[in-house]
Design a protein around this ligand. Sequence first.
Ligand code: 13P
Length: 287
Amino acid sequence: MLVSAKDMLVKAKAGKYAVGQFNINNLEWTKAALLTAQECNSPIILGVSEGAGKYMTGFKTVAAMVKAMIEELNITVPVALHLDHGTYEGCYKCIEAGFSSIMFDGSHYPIEENVAKTKELVEVCANKGMSLEAEVGSIGGEEDGVIGKGECADPAECKQIADLGVTMLAAGIGNIHGKYPENWEGLSFETLDAIQKLTGDMPLVLHGGTGIPEDMIKKAISLGVAKINVNTECQLSFAAATRKYIEEGKDLSGKGFDPRKLLNPGFEAIKATIKEKMELFGSVGKA
Ligand code: 13P
């Protein structure tokens, strides 16, 4: 069932668990994510970066594929199709393409401009029954060409954006896209605590879910994080399983070169990673 992310996140925040956003790249990724969510009876958010949308030939293709797959696979758990780190223009493209949720990443604008653009999108999304994620304080590292410095968000600015009526708020708390460096100082729970105190019931979003230790994930959830984004970890699992298949020469025996066989170990590896994350985030059985 394709839905806005609002209800699933309100429930998650109240129930002290988090819904996973898993970024998709192609048909195998999408199928793996949807089937795992159904098997785990968990709500799920499918994240699509602008780069991944372009790779899949455009947001309309993505929306059509996800909607058809939900129907053909009889997926009954709540699924949100969400633009990840959207530009202002990208947001409008996804609204038109039939996404159920968008993220407007205005974190690189001065706060006044972030507020103005987010405010406009709050209205548009409300009219369409879509959920909207906003961002304050950039997430470090690089994702699909979006580069962030990784500074911690200012709690007062978070409140200003939350008060506009967004559905969920991503706030930089020392998190980074991709693998964490050896000398990473960890999440700033002080910042998260201050943000949650000022934003109350607002579901908070933790980007850069790859490689955050389990105890930090649990603590972040206890401090109001209700959505956690995972991208790189599925890519690493897919790549490792595919590499193993090829290095074992399995593509060279029988019909092992058949793409359905060649891509299967990677597909199964994505499923296993998503299941593991859903268990850690506590969303299993919460559909
Ligand atoms: P990772 O690639 O670090 O898991 O981050 C994903 C993310 O935050 C998507 O917006």
